[in-house]
Structure formats: structure tokens, C-alpha cells
Design a protein around this ligand. Structure first.
Ligand code: CTP
Ligand code: CA
Length: 222
């Protein structure tokens, strides 16, 4: 594959990417979410496409444009993201950069919740969301290369190594979010694999994306 003269390193490959937060409805006007901007995941999708890959980007609600040359599927909740990812298989590689909500309200209200007259606050019962990375890592149609992210504010490497083992993926991009990484234009990441840890310098998110896309191309072309 990709042996034709002038072919790009990922020509003929299909790569799945998730990006952005998920929104989990509380009622028709309220949701649970997080601070993910989608910048890093979208940049990875664009960088993979620039190397010739056919990219399916499953994006949660973000304020940034769809990357050029990438098929972008817009979803809101973790369960919608999971369904879109499974429907996008088979893929040669998958990069799970989305900040998926770990929990969702157990029973979203059908109508806007009103303040109780006695000034009390309503209870908000949560249930766990499916783990998309863990599910796809053990899927019958598992991509050859599965990459997760780990957003950590402390003991970054230690947590990432535990996640690598727990999730069943091949690599974890460990992301130090103790500063302004969520929403900022730069990222400090460490590439954690079953062979060791690579510390990357603080880089613009587009540079992190370009390096990661190069590594994907190398891994798929031994
Ligand atoms: N992830 C996922 N589905 C979820 C939760 C996480 O696919 N329901 C993916 C993320 O996209 C990321 C990786 O799993 O690639 C790690 O996410 P993270 O939130 O760092 O890990 P968790 O396992 O959720 O653990 P915690 O939030 O407690 O650190
Ligand atoms: Ca989480």
C-alpha cells in the first residue's frame, strides 16, 4: 500500500479521530460539559489528512471550523460519539482525543427544571458513560493502532501508564493540563507506549499534531 510513486505516507489508510467535549443533557436547556476546545483533536485530524489519510473526525460540540479535507461527523453526547465511532469502522488507526464526559445525568428532565419554592436544590443523579477508547481497543474490528489521550493535572506519567494498561490501547498521549492546555494554543505531552516514555517539548498544538501524524505513518509502515 502507498507504494505508488508520489503517494503520501498515509495514502489508502483510514484513520478515525475523536475531538472536543461531549454535552450530556440535564434538561432541554442545561448540560454537563468540560473545557475541551477541540483544537488538539481537530489539528490531529488535519495533520493525518495532510499525510494522505482518509480521516473520519467525530466531533463533540466545538466553536472551531471543520478541518479541510476531513469527513466530520457532529455529535453531542458520549453515547452518540460511541455509535458514530463504531459505525466508522473499519479503520487502520484511531486517535481518541475527545474529552468524553465520564458521567451523564441518569434521567434528563423532559421540561426545563424549575427552582423549588423552598429554595432547595434538586439532586442530580449521574450514571457512567461508555468508555469509547476501552471499547474500541477490544472491538472485533479493532484498528491496528489505537491511541488514547490522558489529560492529567498531577503525576502525569504514572496516570498515563496506568491508563495504557487499563484501556488496552497501544499509545497514550499524556497531556499535562495543569496550566492552560485546555483552550490554550500549546501543549506539553509525553508519548507513553509499551516500550517506554518520550518527553516532547512544549509545542504549538499544530506541531504536536504533525509529530503524532508522522509517528502514525511510521507505525503503519514498518
Ligand atoms: N475516553 C473515552 N471515553 C470515555 C472516557 C475517556 O474514549 N468515556 C478516552 C479519552 O478520549 C482519552 C482517554 O479515554 O483518549 C483517557 O481519558 P481520560 O478522561 O484521561 O481517562 P479516564 O479513563 O476517563 O479517567 P479519569 O478521567 O478518571 O482520569
Ligand atoms: Ca475522564
Amino acid at each position: 500500500r502507498g507504494a505508488a510513486p508520489g503517494a503520501l505516507p498515509l495514502t489508502g489508510r483510514h484513520v478515525l479521530v475523536t475531538s472536543g467535549p461531549t454535552h450530556e443533557p440535564i434538561d432541554p436547556v442545561r448540560f454537563l460539559a468540560n473545557r475541551s476546545s477541540g483544537q488538539q483533536g481537530h489539528a490531529i485530524a488535519a495533520a493525518l489528512a495532510a499525510l494522505g489519510a482518509r480521516v473520519t473526525l467525530v466531533a463533540g460540540p466545538v466553536a472551531i471550523p471543520d478541518p479541510q479535507g476531513v469527513e466530520t461527523l457532529h455529535v453531542e453526547t458520549a453515547r452518540e460519539m460511541m455509535a458514530a465511532c463504531e459505525a466508522a469502522l473499519p479503520a487502520d488507526a484511531a486517535v481518541f482525543a475527545a474529552a468524553v464526559a465520564d458521567w451523564r445525568p441518569a434521567e434528563p428532565a423532559a421540561q426545563k427544571m424549575k427552582k423549588p419554592l423552598d429554595q432547595s436544590a434538586p439532586p442530580l443523579a449521574l450514571v457512567p458513560n461508555p468508555d469509547i477508547l476501552a471499547t474500541l481497543s477490544r472491538h472485533p474490528q479493532r484498528p491496528e493502532l489505537v491511541i488514547g489521550f490522558a489529560a492529567e493535572t498531577e503525576r502525569v506519567i504514572e496516570h498515563a501508564q496506568a491508563k495504557l494498561a487499563r484501556k488496552g490501547c497501544d499509545w497514550i498521549v499524556a497531556n499535562d493540563v495543569s496550566g492552560d492546555a485546555m483552550g490554550g494554543a500549546e501543549n506539553t505531552v509525553h508519548l507513553v507506549t509499551h516500550h517506554g516514555v518520550e518527553h516532547w517539548p512544549r509545542l504549538p498544538k499544530v506541531e504536536v499534531a504533525a509529530r503524532l501524524a508522522d509517528r502514525v505513518a511510521e507505525a503503519l509502515h514498518p
